[in-house]
Design a protein around this ligand. Structure first.
Ligand code: PAF
Length: 299
């Protein structure tokens, strides 16, 4: 009797090797090859300490482009708080293992002196966007984001770049960077990945103590509560007032802003209107960790 036993070829999916490059000159060799073979390049800019939210960006890039480059660089010029910079988690070994698992093709890990051989003289001002939300609470932050993203675009020369919707205002900044400086790059914005209880994934979440982690839920809970109440007809004034009280009653949380905004121009509304695009943005400290989140109301 002939018995055919079909054994799986692989019991475990074998991660493919990810190529690490440290300089633009190194990358140029691969870039030229990709040009010759007409391949599209997708860039996922990150500051490392990768979580599922980042990996969603990588997966999106894998499905939309031929060659996926993930950059890992904790960019000093975008930190307006030295303590935040000093404590930013760095987990390169784990990051590389995750990227291999996702079959990213290249990881660009430049040194600070490669990116900033000298203190940059250029400073980018995003006009009105600098004066609201993150712009108002983190002076200089968007200048730093604008600088590093321009440098990464010039260095990697991607066709498509992928950013997370969690940093909603940052996506607006990058849109104007692309338009104003005529970068020929398509932007893809990927929805926010959340923990099971709703907390938006962020590299900074690892800094929360158990008690802070449980109180950090106030960000997502207040967004969903406010959305429900607005859609049920409550005024924005009443909703915002109630949320401010909720924050005051949450001992470890300190609210910076809770605003109903236009999701493209980022100006605040004083009233909710079903007929206009809107989203709610929140920023708060929980203990010493600053968290942000947002929820589209009328996309
Ligand atoms: O969103 C981030 O992680 C950073 O702001 C970015 C876009 C990688 C620039 O440093």
């Amino acid at each position: 009797m002939n018995i055919n036993i079909h054994l799986p070829l692989f019991t475990h999916a074998k991660p493919s090797p990810v190529q690490v490059v440290h300089t633009g000159a190194d990358w140029n060799k691969y870039w030229l090859d990709s040009l010759k073979s007409n391949k599209t390049i997708g860039l996922v800019p990150t500051m490392g300490a990768l979580h599922e939210g980042h990996l969603d960006l990588v997966r999106q890039a894998k499905s939309d482009t031929d060659i996926v480059v993930v950059s890992i660089f904790v960019n000093p010029t975008q930190f307006n708080n030295q303590e935040d910079f000093d404590n930013y988690p760095i987990t390169i070994k784990e990051d590389l293992a995750k990227l291999e698992q996702e079959a990213a093709d290249f990881v660009f890990i430049p040194k600070t002196e490669t990116i900033y051989p000298e203190k940059p003289l250029l400073s980018i001002n995003f006009g009105e966007l600098e004066t609201v939300l993150e712009g108002a609470f983190r002076p200089g932050h968007f200048n730093g984001v604008g600088l590093i993203v321009s440098k990464l675009f010039n260095c990697i020369k991607p066709h498509v770049a992928f950013f997370g919707q969690k940093d909603l205002q940052q996506t607006g900044i990058i849109r104007s960077l692309v338009n104003d400086l005529s970068f020929d790059i398509k932007l893809v914005i990927v929805p926010t990945r959340r923990e099971e209880d709703g907390l938006a994934m962020s590299s900074r979440n690892v800094r929360l103590s158990a008690e802070e982690r449980s109180q950090s839920l106030i960000l997502f809970n207040s967004l969903t509560k406010a959305k429900e109440e607005l859609l049920a007809g409550k005024s924005w004034f009443e909703v915002q007032d109630q949320i401010k009280c909720d924050f005051e009653e949450t001992s470890l949380a300190r609210l910076e802003y809770f605003e109903l905004i236009h999701p493209e121009v980022f100006t605040s509304y004083s009233e909710f209107d079903m007929g206009q695009k809107s989203a709610i943005c929140v920023a708060a400290y929980v203990g010493k960790t600053r968290l942000i989140d947002n929820l589209p109301i009328i996309p």
